[in-house]
Design a binder for this molecule. Structure first.
Ligand SMILES: Nc1ncnc2c1ncn2[C@@H]1O[C@H](COP(=O)(O)OP(=O)(O)OP(=O)(O)O)[C@@H](O)[C@H]1O
Length: 253
């Protein structure tokens, strides 16, 4: 597999009238096409900043990022971003929400809409297509948000704590769904989470950021025997405890 995402010497500063905050300092890593990277780290170490830069929401001042050898700016349409909060439009039905990205990109053909509705089925929500977001639970809305993002067939999928507000059963259910979609579609995926169990259950690799400004502390490889089993089983695997303890030691308070 070839390198798909390349981040080199990335430093990010926020400025306001009085002060400067360095959120990230000299971050470098690369990611193979089709792989799944999970980013963990203590609060404020720059996880969301890194994901937002990859999503094109902040300009790059120092360092560079390429996607498949091209500049990040030229690849925006190929990137899908799922936020912690589902951001569904309240006045649109679930079916209308799930095809929103297609409309925004001007590709809402019958075939693409059908694909979006198939994804809605895949996330187990085909039966609520005519409902409105307020009629769904938090977990259901996150599933709609995931289907909406996948509907535009992004080559790079970015997820910022997408399951953090969910109860444990819904969380593991959606982790399982995401892992199986990733296995089928092999989209390069980067997910940010605070949850070390989730990181081990989903990632091919886990990248640990630490400190203020955030620097790259470690990239931990997840063994194949764990990568290929469902998230609930991962938590009972004989290797799980030692991986969890390794990560625990690396993450700051
Ligand atoms: N818009 C902004 N303006 C100024 N400083 C910001 C802004 N957004 C984030 N920061 C600062 O940048 C640093 C990194 O923040 P970021 O939200 O990326 O961290 P995080 O690891 O995602 O945190 P959390 O886990 O709490 O969500 C923090 O010091 C934060 O206060």
């Amino acid at each position: 597999m070839s390198t798909y995402v390349e981040v080199r010497d990335l430093t990010h500063r926020y400025w306001d009238v009085k002060s400067e905050t360095i959120a990230l300092k000299e971050i470098s890593f690369s990611l193979k096409e089709g792989s799944f990277l999970v980013i963990v780290g203590s609060s404020g170490c720059g996880k969301s900043t890194l994901l937002s830069i990859l999503a094109g929401l902040y300009p790059i001042h120092e360092g560079f990022i390429t996607i498949d050898g091209n500049s990040l700016a030229s690849c925006q349409k190929r990137i899908g971003y799922v936020l912690q909060k589902d951001a569904l439009l309240a006045w649109r039905t679930i079916k209308q929400n799930v095809q929103l990205g297609l409309e925004i990109q001007g590709i809402a053909t019958l075939k693409n809409k059908q694909y979006a509705f198939d994804l809605l089925d895949q996330v187990g929500l085909g039966h609520v297509g005519d409902h409105y977001p307020h009629q769904l639970s938090g977990g259901m809305r996150q599933r709609v948000a995931l289907a909406r993002t996948l509907a535009v067939k992004p080559d790079l999928l970015l997820l910022d704590e997408p399951f953090s507000a969910l109860d444990i059963k819904n969380k593991i259910h959606l982790e399982t769904l995401l892992k199986s979609i990733h296995k089928q579609q092999k989209k390069t995926t980067i997910l940010v989470t605070h949850d070390l169990e989730e990181a081990i259950a989903l990632g091919d690799d886990v990248l640990v950021l630490s400190g203020h400004p955030g620097t790259l502390r470690k990239i931990m490889k997840i063994p194949d025997s764990i990568k290929n089993i469902p998230p609930l089983e991962v938590r009972g695997h004989t290797l799980f405890r030692s991986l969890f303890e390794d990560l625990w030691r690396e993450v700051d308070l």
